[in-house]
Design a protein. Structure first.
Length: 398
């Protein structure tokens, strides 16, 4: 089967990548961090022990942790209700975030007196380029101080449009931002299966995935998690984002207290996703492709689509047939071909109002139409990323 590397080759490659991993992002979700009684302190203690083990082996570790809402819910004795309002979850997070960090600080102190730092983020912190780079520099400086960064979404202030959606996505964005070698997602399922093991006795575990394609995406529905906002489908999407930037990912059983030691010892547990070997997206183009939410859409003619896709050209006004949305200079916009296929995203040099006036025109006509001239290109090729199978665009702003 094309999606699975032969066991022997997969085992060798897995072990090589684990041995070479110097920066590891570890995401732990609510499904393994919490119980019906709130935070699982015994699990947190074991987790801190294994992170200390990884650091002792010369690796840097970033922990992306859920659990604040669950901790606040337990402390305030607030039971979950269907359709619970956002403000209730935000209040619970405000109470629980301190409890979560207290638990980590106490347990890390028992293992090599490890120091930790808290970083709370919203999508806005990453969608603005200067703030994105500031977050990156802060994490790298914490490494220099020997501190383990603990990152979570800032649930207390995150409105719907500011949310990452789930911590699987947040962890993938952090992995790509830092250039981590490996992204590990611990959950309450063993691994990815060829079929639903609860209903199909022929279901087999998939230990190594060479490339994430439609078959793998369909298999994401074969496993389910009872807690948390990020199911297997969100983890597959996160693994694809990381693979596109040339790094590897792992999904495995968080309830296995020795899972990290087993992983780095070469045991075949969980599902390992190999990195892309070609078309790796780095730096600013990764930020455009994976972090920014498009503010509008440009519809292109066939000639413009061929120019940007086949010849690597910038987008000129003459190739734009329609402008949709309300956006400013520097915003991210999507590009669609005549058939509706989304082919690219990039940073626009003109506002939506100005683009509506110059669409279909030659670059030489821009100044006479607008009364000013900033650039021949609507999107320069250095700020343009083609949509390919290795990633999907983020939802457009509403």
């Amino acid at each position: 089967m094309t999606f699975q590397v032969p066991r022997d080759d997969g085992l060798y490659y897995r072990q090589t990548l684990f041995d070479q991993a110097r920066i590891v992002v570890l995401k732990v979700g609510s499904a393994v961090l919490t119980t019906a009684d709130g935070l699982d302190i015994d699990f947190i203690d074991t987790l801190c022990h294994h992170i200390a083990f990884l650091r002792a082996s010369g690796r840097e570790v970033i922990l992306v942790s859920s659990g604040a809402v669950a901790a606040g819910r337990k402390r305030l004795q607030v039971h979950h209700q269907p359709g619970e309002e956002l403000k209730v979850k935000q209040a619970l997070a405000a109470v629980g975030q301190g409890l979560l960090m207290q638990a980590y600080e106490q347990r890390f102190a028992r293992h090599s007196n490890q120091q930790v730092a808290q970083i709370l983020l919203t999508h806005t912190d990453l969608s603005q380029r200067d703030r994105y780079l500031n977050v990156r520099n802060t994490i790298l400086t914490l490494f220099e101080f020997g501190v383990v960064p603990i990152i979570n979404e800032n649930d207390t202030v995150s409105a719907l449009e500011l949310r990452f959606g789930d911590n699987d996505t947040l962890g993938a964005l952090i992995s790509n931002m830092i250039g981590a070698d490996m992204y590990i997602m611990l959950t309450d399922v063993d691994c990815l299966y060829t079929a639903n093991p609860a209903t199909d006795p022929t279901a087999k575990p998939i230990y190594t995935v060479a490339a994430i394609d439609s078959k793998i995406e369909m298999m994401a529905g074969n496993t389910s998690s009872v807690l948390g906002t990020g199911g297997m489908q969100s983890k597959i999407k996160a693994a694809r984002m990381v693979a596109a930037c040339g790094s590897s990912s792992f999904i495995g059983p968080g309830h296995n207290k020795d899972v990290l030691k087993e992983l780095f010892s070469g045991d075949m547990v969980g599902t390992f996703f190999l990195p892309e070997q070609e078309k790796i997206i780095k730096g600013k183009k990764h930020w455009i492709a994976h972090v920014l939410r498009p503010s509008g859409t440009l519809y292109l003619d066939a000639g413009a689509c061929r120019a940007i896709v086949e010849r690597g050209k910038s987008l000129l006004p003459s190739g734009i047939t329609r402008v949709e949305g309300d956006f400013e200079v520097g915003d991210s916009v999507q590009c669609r071909c005549p058939g509706g296929q989304m082919v690219a995203a990039g940073l626009t040099n003109y506002t939506s109002d100005d683009l509506d006036k110059i669409r279909g025109k030659k670059s030489a006509e821009i100044e006479s139409i607008l009364g000013f001239y900033d650039s021949d290109e609507i999107i320069h090729r250095d700020n343009l990323v083609l949509f390919d199978r290795e990633f999907e665009p983020l939802p457009q702003k509403t």
